[in-house]
Design a protein around this ligand. Structure first.
Ligand code: ATP
Ligand code: MG
Length: 212
């Protein structure tokens, strides 16, 4: 039995996942917890290579089904190489995006039928579902302004180029996922101040991890 936890951060592009994950990591470390901070796609060496294929804006030929399988391949590597060993070692794993993003983006956003991957998901991913998922909600209209003001990427990546209607479908997908698993999902209004959101996340971590 492992004693660690997998906590995922989900939501639209620019909703504040990386910002909040960083702050939550610092807070957990300050409490003396051992934390692994990671992200999908790209938490492993193989995952980094998959990530560079997925996010390269020149890859216009990438077929939706290929994209889906690349995300799955990355997730399986990530689980087996990093997340599960870290949980077994008692770490709190904070992961920037996980399988909910695949369902929201590829399923709802691109309209792919995910039944074709269901047996892989059932065997390789669902048994290791996150203990907690923090969903940061921003309106689809906010996505563009958040990405514009972000300093870390000088060039837009492939996903940043998606349309407003795409993000509306993805947002709907996240809402439906959260509604089906209300115990796993905590939904937070991502349009609040960064510090206010952080305090709400700390509160949830205290409850869920039984920290004081
Ligand atoms: N609550 C907030 N209010 C205003 N701006 C914010 C807030 N949270 C994050 N930002 C800013 O929005 C931009 C995107 O934030 P961040 O990179 O954390 O989002 P993300 O969800 O990780 O995005 P991506 O999905 O593209 O990785 C950054 O410039 C960040 O400083
Ligand atoms: Mg990010």
């Amino acid at each position: 039995m492992d004693s660690g936890k997998l906590i995922t951060f989900e939501g639209l592009d620019g909703c504040g996942k990386s910002t909040q994950l960083e702050k939550a990591t610092d807070w957990l470390n300050a409490q003396g917890y051992s934390v692994l901070k990671t992200r999908q796609p790209g938490g492993t060496i193989i995952g980094q290579q998959i990530r560079s294929i997925l996010l390269n804006p020149e890859h216009e030929e990438l077929q939706p089904e290929s994209e889906l399988l690349l995300y799955l391949a990355d997730r399986i590597q990530h689980l087996q190489e990093l997340i599960l060993p870290a949980k077994t070692a008692g770490k709190i794993v904070l992961c920037d995006r996980f399988h909910d993003s695949t369902v929201a983006y590829q399923g709802y956003g691109r309209g792919l039928n995910l039944n074709s991957i269901e047996s892989i998901v059932a065997h390789c991913i669902k048994p290791y579902a996150p203990d907690l998922t923090i969903l940061l909600n921003i309106s689809p209209e906010t996505v563009a302004s958040r990405l514009e003001c972000r300093q870390e990427h000088a060039e837009k990546d492939r996903l940043d180029l998606e349309s407003l209607s795409f993000f509306k479908r993805v947002a709907q997908g996240f809402q439906e996922l959260a509604a089906t698993e209300p115990d796993r999902f905590i939904c937070i209004n991502g349009e609040q101040d960064i510090e206010d959101i952080h305090l709400q996340i700390v509160n949830i971590l205290q409850q869920r991890l039984q920290l004081s």
